[in-house]
Write a protein that binds this ligand. Structure first.
Ligand SMILES: C[S@@+](CC[C@H](N)C(=O)[O-])C[C@H]1O[C@@H](n2cnc3c(N)ncnc32)[C@H](O)[C@@H]1O
Length: 331
C-alpha cells in the first residue's frame, strides 16, 4: 500500500525519466509492444475506438479531472477544474472576436463541446460542427436540440470531404485534438486544399493539437517508443509535426500567422493521467486475464497505453509537443 501511495505521489519530470524504462517493461507484460507499433491502424479502427471505449474511459479521467474531452491546459497555474477544459475553446473565442467572424466550422467536434460553448457566447455567429463518427454527431445534435441552439448545426463528415460545403462559406475553420488523426501527408494535403476553398478571403484555420516534436528523431529510443505507443493507443499511425503542417500550408498558399507552444501547460493533465495509469499497471496480470474474456477491457488497455506514455513523450518536448498553429489563406 505504501509503495502504491509513493507511486501515486511521484510527479516530477525527473521521476518521469526514471520510470520510462519501468513503464515500458510493465506495458510489455500487458501487450506485445513491437506488434502494436508495427501494425498500422485505419479509419475503421479509429471509429471503433471512439464508438466503444473512449466515453467510458474519459468518464474515469473526468472523475479526476473534470469535464471535457480534450487535454486540460493549466494557464499558468492550475485553474478551476470546471473551467480548465474551456481553455481551448476560449482561445478560439478570442480569434472569432478579433477577426469578427460570422461563420465558423469545427472539424472533429465530437459531442459538440467546443462548438456549443462558442455558440452560446456568440449568438450572432453561425456554427457548424462535423465529425466522422455518426454516434458523436447524434449526441451533439441531441444537446443542440435540448438546449435550443438556433445558430448551430452538426453533420457527419470527414475532414477531407468538406468539399460538400459551398465555396467561401467560413471565416474560421478550427480543430481541437482532431486533425492529429490526419496521419498521412496525403490526408493533410486534401484537407488543406478543401479548407482553402471553403474559407472566405483572409479566412483562418486554427489547429490546437499534439504533434511529433522537431527533435523526435534525436530523442532516446525509449522516448520515441513512448510516442509511438501513445499514437497507436489514440489510433493514429504517426502524428504530423508542426513543421510538416507549416510546410504544407506554405505550399498551398497559406501564411503561418502564429505558432504557440502549449506543452508545459498541458503536461500537468498528462502527468495526472500517467499517475493513474501507473497505479493500474501494478495489476497487469489481472488486466491481462480480464482482457482475455472481455473485448471492452482489451480496448481499454489500448487507452491505458496512451495515458501511460503521453507524458513521457512530452518530456522536454523530446518526442511530442502540444500547441496551436494559426494559418491564414493568402489573397
Ligand atoms: C480527441 S477527439 C476531440 C473532440 C473535440 N474536438 C473536443 O475537443 O472535445 C477527436 C475527434 O476527431 C474526430 N475525427 C477523427 N478523424 C476525423 C476526420 N477525418 N474527420 C472528422 N472528424 C474526425 C473523432 O471522431 C473525434 O470525435
Amino acid at each position: 500500500m505504501l509503495k502504491m501511495l509513493k507511486i501515486l505521489h511521484c510527479h516530477t519530470d525527473h521521476v518521469l525519466v526514471l520510470f520510462l524504462t519501468q513503464d515500458l517493461l510493465q506495458l510489455g507484460k500487458l501487450c506485445n509492444i513491437p506488434d502494436i507499433i508495427s501494425n498500422p491502424v485505419n479509419t475503421d479502427d479509429m471509429i471503433h475506438y471512439y464508438n466503444t471505449t473512449t466515453e467510458r474511459d474519459y468518464r474515469i479521467l473526468q472523475f479526476f479531472r473534470g469535464p471535457g474531452m480534450h487535454s486540460t491546459l493549466c494557464l499558468p497555474a492550475p485553474v478551476l477544474r470546471s473551467a480548465a477544459t474551456s481553455v481551448q475553446p476560449t482561445m478560439i473565442l478570442a480569434k472569432i472576436h478579433k477577426s469578427q467572424c460570422q461563420s465558423v466550422l469545427e472539424i472533429g467536434c465530437a459531442h459538440g463541446y467546443c462548438t456549443l460553448f462558442l455558440a452560446n457566447l456568440c449568438p450572432n455567429v453561425v456554427f457548424k460542427g462535423i465529425d466522422i463518427v455518426p454516434r458523436h454527431i447524434e449526441i451533439a445534435n441531441q444537446y443542440r436540440q435540448d438546449q435550443c441552439y438556433v445558430n448551430t448545426t452538426f453533420e457527419i463528415c470527414d475532414a477531407i470531404s468538406i468539399d460538400v460545403f459551398e465555396d467561401e462559406t467560413f471565416d474560421l475553420i478550427f480543430a481541437v485534438e482532431a486533425l492529429c488523426h490526419l496521419d498521412t501527408s496525403a490526408k493533410r494535403h486534401d484537407f488543406l486544399t478543401c479548407a482553402s476553398k471553403r474559407l472566405n478571403k483572409d479566412g483562418k484555420i486554427v489547429i490546437i493539437d499534439g504533434f511529433r516534436s522537431p527533435t523526435f528523431a534525436q530523442s532516446s529510443t525509449e522516448q520515441q517508443r513512448a510516442m509511438q505507443i501513445a499514437e497507436k493507443g489514440f489510433r493514429i499511425n504517426e502524428m504530423a509535426s508542426k513543421s510538416a503542417w507549416k510546410h504544407l500550408a506554405n505550399d498551398l498558399n497559406f501564411e503561418v500567422l502564429e505558432d504557440v507552444d502549449l506543452t508545459q501547460e498541458v503536461l500537468p493533465f498528462w502527468q495526472q493521467g500517467w499517475r493513474i495509469a501507473r497505479f493500474i499497471l501494478n495489476f497487469t496480470y489481472l488486466l491481462k486475464c480480464v482482457g482475455v474474456f472481455s473485448k471492452a477491457a482489451k480496448q481499454s488497455s489500448s487507452n491505458l497505453l496512451s495515458i501511460a506514455t503521453t507524458a513521457h513523450a512530452f518530456k522536454d518536448r523530446g518526442a511530442a509537443e502540444y500547441g496551436m498553429i494559426t494559418l491564414q489563406k493568402k489573397a
